[in-house]
Design a protein around this ligand. Sequence first.
Ligand SMILES: [Cu+2]
Length: 116
Amino acid sequence: MLQWFVLLALIVLVAAGMAEAQKPKPETVITVHAKKYAFVPGQITIHVGQPVRLFFVSEDVPHAIAVDELAIDLPITKKPSSILITPQKVAELTGMCSRYCGAGHDEMRLTIHVVP
Ligand SMILES: [Cu+2]
């Protein structure tokens, strides 16, 4: 009887461990504000294989963000927009404002460090 109980307990523990291992990794959330003529913060660091939900919100006029390597191309308005990404390789990337927003538009960049 005791042996059956021990065996059952072991099965339950192994099953619980497998369920834990299969859980998707919780996503990190980063919010980036856009305003004439900067992203704030101007740099973010994300990790290979770690899902990240990026929120973008404008504090003034409509902007947009494009990061080709991460397939990001989002409008940015006062209503937050978001995208879920999981970077696949280490990189130093630059996101550009992709909607003309005024004289400083060309300087409006977001540096993205993708680290292990
Ligand atoms: Cu712009």
